[in-house]
Design a protein around this ligand. Sequence first.
Ligand code: IMP
Ligand code: MG
Length: 181
Amino acid sequence: MNIEKDIAKVLVSEEEIKEICARLGKQISEDYKDKKLLLVSVLKGAVVFMADIMRNITCDCQIDFMAVSSYSGTKTTGVVKFKKDLDINPDGMDILLVEDILDSGVTLAYLKNLLFDRNAASIKVCAFLDKPANRRADIKADYVGKEVPDEFVVGYGLDYDEKYRNLPFVGVLDESVYSDK
Ligand code: IMP
Ligand code: MG
């Protein structure tokens, strides 16, 4: 069964994704050329973006992963569950949190606080998508790929109930997929 039939419209095409990663990678490479960059990706949604953005970064960097979850279906529960910690000690590192989407901001606010307590030299946020309409926490991304409207999106790592992560573009999920749930 082809999963593309569940997509109402494409929001970020493969071509635009490439442009976004090139633009952000260039900017990050300039900003971090004299720093100790540690890219921290938030599992699982951000892995596809992480793989693209790291290959557009030309300065020294290390990568690591954290896992949290706050979603059930298309709704945030507002409570962040901590599932996997860093392997690398962030003490003295310049951390750039790599996220798929900044929505309510609850997840990133939680992670930023957690990492500040561990003596990181700096902590910034790079979000592939930004959905400002839903913001609840006082947080802004330092690098943003694209601002999106308040719609539930999937693809390019983003899921609905663990599906659609493998779509190579970002699309709006047809409401019929989740309206009867
Ligand atoms: P926040 O804590 O509300 O900012 O949500 C952060 C996480 O919720 C993101 O990293 C995504 O994994 C997930 N999320 C938020 N909006 C969407 C969406 O439109 N589609 C899929 N996942 C989303
Ligand atoms: Mg995520």
